[in-house]
Design a protein around this ligand. Structure first.
Ligand code: GDP
Ligand code: MG
Length: 176
């Protein structure tokens, strides 16, 4: 289930979470450093982006898939999960429903992803202080309950965007 490319393993990484939480924005920010406000097309996603992240002098290759138009719970195909090495699961800190839906997403993941998949929970839109509906502690508590890493991010300000992907790459490298 690993893709060989010039002898180097490419780790399939998937962005998951409700529509509108900022999956595309986060990937675009990581890839280009730019933030564009306004919704990206829900159906025409950017597919996947290959990124190389340096972890302790070695190169970790990530093939990052953006879920588009399949966010509705249970419509992301199970085959899509099956060969994933890492999952970035996002909610929007200004949208309580997107946070409440994380348990359902984690249920799906538990059921269909590999047992050793690396999971990171991200509370995105951390720049939206005044509209916040989910406290950082709530995110931390949920992450602890499911034993996954947690960060708050902002695709707008760039807060923790590189760090989140770096942390995923680091976990992938030292897991094996
Ligand atoms: P997706 O459906 O999960 O891919 O979400 P999008 O990336 O299309 O983002 C949905 C909306 O939220 C867009 O209007 C984005 O500009 C906005 N957005 C995404 N991330 C952030 C963020 O970190 N901060 C703020 N303020 N807005 C964001
Ligand atoms: Mg999108």
């Amino acid at each position: 289930d690993v893709i060989e490319d010039n002898e180097q393993i490419v780790h399939k990484t998937i962005l998951l979470g409700d529509s509108g939480v900022g999956k595309t924005s986060l990937l675009v920010k990581f890839d280009t450093g730019k933030f564009q406000s306004g919704n990206f097309s829900a159906t025409v996603g950017i597919g996947f982006t290959n990124k190389v992240v340096s972890v302790d002098q070695t190169r970790v290759k990530l093939q990052i898939w953006d879920t588009a138009g399949q966010e509705r719970f249970r419509s992301v195909t199970h085959a899509y999960y099956r060969d994933a090495h890492a999952l970035l699961l996002l909610y929007d800190v200004t949208n309580k429903t997107s946070f409440d839906n994380i348990r359902a997403w984690l249920g799906e993941i538990r059921e269909y992803a590999q047992d050793d998949v690396v999971i990171m929970l991200l509370g995105n839109k951390a720049d939206c202080g005044s509209n916040r509906a989910v406290r950082r502690e709530e995110g931390e508590r949920l992450a602890r309950e499911y034993n996954v890493t947690f960060m708050e991010t902002s695709a707008k300000s760039g807060q923790n965007v590189e760090l989140a992907f770096l942390a995923i790459a680091r976990e992938l490298k030292y897991r094996q």
